[in-house]
Ligand binder design. Structure first.
Ligand code: ATP
Length: 358
C-alpha cells in the first residue's frame, strides 16, 4: 500500500531524481495544509509543531512529511524562521533553492507541479535560482549549486551565475557557517575533482571566510582517494583552505594539524617516509599527496604502510634483553632494516637483532 492523499505530494529531490531516472537518497513528502493534523491517524514517531513536520512509520518505513510552509530570513545568511504553516503548495515551492528542486508530484494523480520550469531546466541541464535574493538569503546554496552541477553534469544558468559572481564579490561573512560546512562536506564527499576545480575557478572558496589563499594543486588524487576511502573525504580537498570559521571537531582539527606538521617535509628514503607518515590520519597523508608530493604519499599508502615488525617485546626478552630504553632502539633499527629489506622473515629479523645488539 502507498501513502496517498490528494493534498500529499512528493517534493524536491525525489521528484527531480525520478525525472532524471536515478535513485533518490531520501523521499520527502509535503502536505498542502497541516501535516500534523493529516497524520493523526497514522503511526506517528515524532512531530515538530514549530516546523509543522512529522515522522511516521508506514509499511515499516520511516517517512518524513512536512506541512507546506513559508520562511523568512530575519538576517541575511542566517537560518530562516518559519513564517506560515499550511500555506499553498506554490508558496512552499517558492522558498526552495533551485527550479530543479522546486517541483512536486501528487501522490494520487501523479501530476507534476512545476511553477518554475524545473522540467525545462532538467532538460537543458541548468541550475537556476528562483529569485535574485536567493544567494544573499542563503549563501550555502552556492555550494548546493556546485554539488548538483557536478553530480548531474549540469551548469549554472547565465543569470544565476551572474548572481553568484555578484555575491562572491561582496560576501557578507555574518552568516551561518554551520550550513556552509554541511554543504561543503556533501560537495567534496563526491570525490570529484571537477567540484574542486570549479570551487577554485569560480571563487566559491571565498565563502570559507576572509584571508584565503588559493592553493596550488599539484596533481589528481581522485583514484588514490577511491582506493583508500578516508572517512572525511571532504577534508582531503577542503583542508587546503583556512577552515577557521567552520568549527571543526577534534578529529577534523587533528587532520589539519597533522597535515600542517608534514607539509614542509621532504623525506629522502623509504624509512624517512615511513617515519613521517606512520600514525598520521589518512586524510593528512592524502592532503600531502594533493599539495606536496603524490609519489611519496603513494609509496607509503600502497606499500610501506603494510610493513610491520614480527618480532615482539617477548621475543627480545627470550633473547636475553632487559626491558627498557633499549627496546625502542632495537625496534627502530630493526624496522629501518626491514623497510630497506621488506621481504625478510621473522627469523631474519631475529638474526639481525642478534648480530647487531647482542
Ligand atoms: P539530495 O539528493 O542531495 O538529498 P535533495 O534535493 O533531496 O538532494 P536535501 O538537502 O535533502 O536535498 O533537501 C530537500 C529539499 O529541500 C531540496 O530538494 C530543496 O527543495 C529544499 N532545500 C534544501 N536545502 C535548501 C536550501 N538551502 N534552500 C532552499 N531550499 C532548500
Amino acid at each position: 500500500m502507498k501513502l496517498k492523499d490528494k493534498n500529499l505530494y512528493y517534493v524536491g529531490g525525489v521528484v527531480r531524481d525520478e525525472i532524471l531516472g536515478i535513485k533518490s537518497f531520501d523521499k520527502d513528502f509535503c502536505y498542502e495544509g497541516n501535516a500534523i493534523i493529516f497524520s493523526q491517524n497514522l503511526n506517528k514517531l515524532r512531530e515538530n509543531p514549530d516546523f509543522g513536520t512529522v515522522r511516521v512509520l508506514f509499511n515499516n518505513e520511516e517517512i518524513d512529511i512536512a506541512s507546506t510552509r513559508t520562511e523568512k530570513y530575519p538576517k541575511p545568511g542566517h537560518l530562516p524562521v518559519v513564517d506560515k504553516i499550511g500555506c499553498s503548495l506554490k508558496e512552499d515551492l517558492q522558498r526552495r533553492d533551485f527550479s530543479i528542486n522546486a517541483m512536486a508530484k501528487n501522490t494520487v494523480t501523479g501530476e507534476i507541479t512545476d511553477f518554475f520550469d524545473g522540467l525545462e531546466d532538467i532538460e537543458n541541464k541548468k541550475i537556476r535560482v528562483l529569485h535574485d535574493n536567493s544567494f544573499i538569503d542563503d549563501p550555502s546554496r552556492i555550494l548546493r549549486g556546485l554539488k548538483f552541477a557536478v553530480r548531474f553534469g549540469f551548469e549554472l544558468e547565465t543569470h544565476t551565475k551572474k548572481l553568484q559572481d555578484e555575491y562572491l564579490n561582496n560576501i557578507n561573512y555574518d552568516m551561518s557557517f554551520h550550513r556552509i560546512k554541511k554543504e561543503l562536506k556533501e560537495t567534496f564527499n563526491l570525490n570529484n575533482e571537477k567540484a574542486f576545480e570549479i570551487f577554485i575557478s569560480q571563487n566559491i572558496y571565498k565563502l570559507l571566510g576572509e584571508n584565503q589563499n588559493t592553493p596550488q594543486i599539484k596533481t589528481s588524487i581522485q583514484k588514490l582517494v577511491e582506493a583508500h576511502k578516508p572517512k572525511n573525504i571532504w577534508l582531503v580537498y577542503a583542508g587546503l583552505f583556512n577552515l577557521e570559521k567552520l568549527e571543526l571537531n577534534t578529529e577534523e582539527q587533528e587532520i589539519i594539524n597533522s597535515y600542517n606538521s608534514i607539509k614542509n617535509e621532504f623525506p629522502r628514503n623509504d624509512f624517512e617516509i615511513y617515519k613521517l607518515f606512520s600514525n598520521l590520519p589518512l586524510e593528512s597523508i592524502l592532503l600531502y599527496a594533493i599539495s606536496v608530493d603524490k609519489n611519496i604519499a603513494t609509496r607509503f599508502l600502497d606499500f610501506l604502510s603494510e610493513i610491520k615488525l614480527e618480532t615482539s617485546g617477548e621475543d627480545l626478552i627470550k633473547l636475553g634483553f632487559k626491558q627498557g630504553k633499549i627496546f625502542k632502539h632495537i625496534f627502530e633499527k630493526t624496522l629501518e632494516y626491514k623497510i630497506n629489506n621488506p621481504y625478510i622473515t621473522k627469523s631474519d629479523e631475529i638474526e639481525f637483532i642478534k648480530e647487531n645488539f647482542l
